[in-house]
Design a protein around this ligand. Structure first.
Ligand SMILES: [Zn+2]
Length: 174
């Protein structure tokens, strides 16, 4: 199943034929994404359907992955489970993109053929939070450690963040 997915896809042709792509890709194949991860083991599962809505070609489906990120609060590792549903309208210009229905994001095609890897990676990068962090209050543990350091060190730590970021997130009700 891992090696059955095409490297290059032809979205408009696929939409005409109502094609479906189901399979998995290795996380390590995504170069840009790997740069955001602590560890790029594991796979990304995809289930894509290509279809037409009137004259508009669309690709919709879901992407599932467990990604190993670094928590921005405690700098420890945590696993982010992504289950992203998406729907893209295939367009050839910004003008067409502006006319899409609101449930549909534009995918501007400059070429007939595109890289499946890039399409999946773009969606994964969109699914990453700006400030990845544990869902529980992991920072309480590192706060205890911070109290033990002397004042000079503490000022340095404050200037390059973790807790100010967390405070901001709380304020915006994220
Ligand atoms: Zn944490």
């Amino acid at each position: 199943m891992l090696d059955r997915l095409p490297v290059v896809i032809e979205p408009l042709g696929f939409a005409e034929r109502g094609k479906r792509l189901v399979g998995a890709l290795k996380v390590s194949e995504f170069i840009r994404l790997s740069g955001e991860l602590l560890d790029n083991s594991g796979v990304v599962e995809i289930d894509f359907s290509f279809d037409k809505e009137g004259r508009l070609a669309i690709v919709s489906g879901e992407i599932k992955a467990n990604l190993n990120l670094q928590c921005q609060s405690c700098l420890g590792q945590f696993v982010l489970s992504i289950n992203r549903q998406f729907k893209l309208g295939l367009v050839s210009s910004m003008e067409q993109a502006d006319r899409l229905a609101s449930d549909c994001e534009p995918l501007i095609l400059n070429n007939k053929k595109i890289s499946l890897n890039e399409l999946v990676e773009d969606e994964l990068l969109l699914a990453l939070p700006d400030f990845p962090r544990h869902e529980y209050e992991c920072s309480e543990m590192s706060k205890g450690k911070e109290l033990e350091v002397n004042n000079d060190e503490q000022q340095q730590m404050n200037s390059n963040n973790p807790f100010s970021v967390l405070a901001e997130l709380k304020n915006t009700g994220d």
